[in-house]
Design a binder for this molecule. Structure first.
Ligand SMILES: Nc1nc2c(ncn2[C@@H]2O[C@H](COP(=O)(O)OP(=O)(O)OP(=O)(O)O)[C@@H](O)[C@H]2O)c(=O)[nH]1
Ligand SMILES: [Mg+2]
Length: 686
């Protein structure tokens, strides 16, 4: 019975995907773009892995460089594309997600209905280390100050519900969880920060001292849909209420999304509460990854009006949305999610065209894929090519050393013993002289370690913790509103100062390394690639964004009630959690950067030292007549040939990632072309 159901659903999803690919039905563009992006990323990873293996087998991979390559590979494999859907309730977010991503299931996957439906922020993703399931965080966790991000680290806090992906009904049933509510006494809701006695809407919702609230605080749906498997993450959010009360949405989840779709409905226009959501979560509207969707345009379809009249009405609404949101009209997309979903399920091309969903999907792809691809390409190639050039430098210095030795030994041919003697003295003295360079590098390492300590100290979690404790203490002791606000203002200022002082020290490190490199260039003619530019500015901006969000929420308050006070405390804890994230990423990046600065020079010094040592030994052996000159010359010629072969191979291996990365769109993998292969791909454990 189960097998039969599974094969029916699987067959249908396989057939729909195949058909949409063959017919060019719009899902195809979105799906195939993600698919191609995934294939491009995989090919790039593969080229880097090949380079890594080649370096390793040629003993050319220093541990520091290996670590950097692994970081680049991990980044590629963990690469995610996040799309957030944000709106006041009932604007059609969930319906839009169903229509854009899940129409292949032939039905609604996410619950969508009139009134409030999605009660908690919901992430849809696929993590293959977990079985298909829904993880839900109980609302009671709001009584504590811990944030969702903190709680994500402790599995015990989450309830896990299995999802039977073989059964569409079972799946649908499971997904209804995001709409679960509970009735609780007002005081309990107040404890969770979900009831504000000053809020008229909250008061109106009270029924015999009880109020209905979401049963869950956050849900993560893990299931193996082909797009989610490619690293797509979809964030569905409830309306304003949750946005006001779950600061993480404002501070973390939505700002870190690669695209934010702000959904409005044509039947309501832009209401005051829509504007509030826009202001709270989308901020100034200046960011270039925001799109506005004017949903439910089917409400404007009117059999008694001409197409032109209806189109004119839609265009007027788009114009008014664009004006009100200060958003370019090209970024406002009128659609009918509901009709789009129906059209896809019934394969009605005309209805799909009228729903205008394909235009939104194309814009989404254009907004997401090229930008993401560019960032990933730049980051990855910068890391990989640097390693390639460091290895090339060290191979070239080995080559130079061998050529010099060969030159000297060839010059000895036919010469007498005293020439050998002279050469030995010269070789040994050059070897000794070079030790001063070794000492220079050792000294640089000592200075570096001292400066690094100073640079990282303000970024360490202990430093942050001290600020947090101090601020919490001040907040607790505040008697008056201004004192309370001042504590938070000073917290942000202090953190900014930490990042700035660390930035200054990092600049000193960069100058120091440049100085050392300059001396090596002057004394020995070495040219080393200058340090990669690095600063903590992006983290300073992130902190400033958190501060701006805090000001948007609370800046206008002059006097705080007890409930608002508690709300700000809760918000502050999210800020703390965000600060922790910022500081630990800043520390990690700064450390990785600093750690990568000296090794190329050290490798070169080590290489040169070995060459000089070998050279002195060569001459010594020749003097002692342990080896004939010709034999030694032969060995050196062989070694030179090896190095030159390695240089040639390195060129090919190191160039491959760029060659691949610059193909903007990798060709679709072969398995997409035939239906049989498609079936095996779409096995997707449905
Ligand atoms: N006519 C029409 N109705 C739509 C359209 N899209 C959504 N709806 C309806 O609008 C209602 C709300 O849709 P949802 O998808 O639940 O809206 P939501 O934004 O997810 O709402 P919450 O989950 O409560 O935040 C449902 O009854 C949908 O059927 C559309 O394009 N046209
Ligand atoms: Mg919803």
């Amino acid at each position: 019975m189960r097998a039969a159901a599974s094969s029916t659903l699987r067959d249908r999803v396989v057939r729909d995907f195949s058909e949409s690919f063959r017919s060019g039905f719009p899902m195809a563009e979105l799906a195939s773009s993600f698919q191609q992006y995934g294939a491009w990323r995989d090919a790039l990873s593969h080229a880097i892995e090949q380079l890594r293996r080649w370096l390793e087998s040629n003993q050319l991979l220093e541990s520091e460089a290996a670590r950097r390559l692994d970081v680049a590979l991990d980044r590629l494999s963990e690469d995610k594309l996040v799309i957030a859907f944000v709106a006041e309730f009932s604007r059609g977010k969930s319906e839009l997600i169903n229509a854009i991503f899940f129409a292949d299931y032939g039905r609604r996957i996410l619950p969508s209905s009139a009134g409030r439906t999605t009660m908690c922020p919901t992430e849809l993703m696929y993590d293959e280390s977990l079985p298909p399931c829904i993880r839900a965080l109980p609302i009671e966790t709001r009584a504590r100050l811990s944030t969702t991000a903190d709680l994500k680290r402790s599995a015990a806090e989450w309830r896990v519900f299995p999802v039977d992906v073989d059964s569409p009904d079972g799946m649908l049933q499971a997904f209804k969880l995001v709409a679960d509510t509970v009735r609780v006494p007002v005081d309990e809701a107040r404890m969770y920060g979900l009831f504000d006695p000053d809020d008229k809407d909250h008061l109106a919702a009270v029924d015999e001292g009880m109020i209905e609230i979401s049963r869950w605080r956050h849900a993560v749906i893990n299931f193996p849909h082909p797009l989610l498997k490619q690293g797509l993450v979809i964030l569905d959010t409830p309306g304003l209420n949750a946005i006001g009360t779950e600061p993480e949405l404002t501070l973390s989840l939505v700002p870190s999304a690669h695209a934010v779709l702000f959904v409005l409905a044509a039947d309501t226009g832009v209401t005051k509460s829509d504007m509030e959501v826009w202001r709270h979560i989308v901020g100034d509207g200046g960011s270039n990854n925001h799109l506005a969707v004017l949903n439910k345009i089917d409400g404007l379809w009117d059999a008694l009006k001409s197409t032109e009249e209806v189109d004119g009405e839609i265009a007027r609404q788009v114009g008014s949305v664009s004006h009100t949101l200060h958003l370019d009209a090209g970024r406002v997309f009128p659609v009918s999610a509901q009709k789009g979903l129906v059209a896809k399920v019934t394969h009605d091309k005309e209805l799909l065209r009228r729903s205008q969903l394909p235009r939104l999907e194309a814009a989404l792809v254009n907004l997401l894929v090229p930008a993401k691809q560019r960032i990933v390409r730049e980051q990855t190639l910068a890391a990989v090519e640097r390693i390639g050039s460091e290895v090339r430098q060290s191979l070239m210095s080995r080559e130079r050393g061998l050529i010099e030795q060969l030159y000297e030994l060839r010059a000895l041919q036919g010469k007498n013993q005293s020439s050998v003697e002279r050469m030995l003295i010269r070789a040994q003295s050059e070897q000794r002289d070079f030790e001063s360079n070794v000492r220079k590098v050792v000294a640089a390492r000592v200075v570096m370690s001292k400066l690094s300590d100073q640079a990282f100290k303000p970024l360490r979690l202990e430093a942050l913790r001290a600020r947090v404790l101090e601020t919490r203490d001040r907040m607790r002791k505040s008697r008056l509103t201004p004192q309370f606000f001042a504590a938070i203002r000073d917290y942000f200022a202090a953190l900014r100062e930490h990042l700035r002082s660390s930035n200054t020290k990092l600049l000193e490190i960069e100058q120091m390394v440049l100085g050392v490199q300059r001396r090596f260039a002057e004394d020995l003619g070495w040219s080393l690639p200058p340090p990669m530019p690095f600063s903590l500015d992006t983290y300073i901006s992130e902190l400033e964004r958190a501060e701006a969000a805090y000001k948007t929420h609370f800046g206008a308050l002059a006097v705080l009630t007890r409930d608002k006070w508690a709300l700000i405390e809760r918000f502050f804890e999210t800020v703390v959690s965000k600060s922790r994230e910022i500081f630990s990423s800043a520390e990690r990046d700064a450390e990785a950067w600093a750690r990568s600065l000296l090794p190329p020079l050290e490798v070169q010094v080590r290489e040169q030292r070995t060459q000089l040592k070998k050279r002195a030994e060569n001459v010594l052996r020749i003097r002692e007549a342990q080896e004939t000159l010709d034999q030694r010359i032969g060995e050196l010629e062989e070694a030179l040939e090896d190095v030159q072969t390695q240089l040639g191979e390195l060129k090919t291996h190191a160039a491959r990632p760029r060659l691949l990365a610059e193909q903007d769109r990798a060709p679709p993998p072969a398995r997409w072309r035939g239906e049989v292969d498609m079936a095996s791909y779409l096995k997707v454990d449905l």
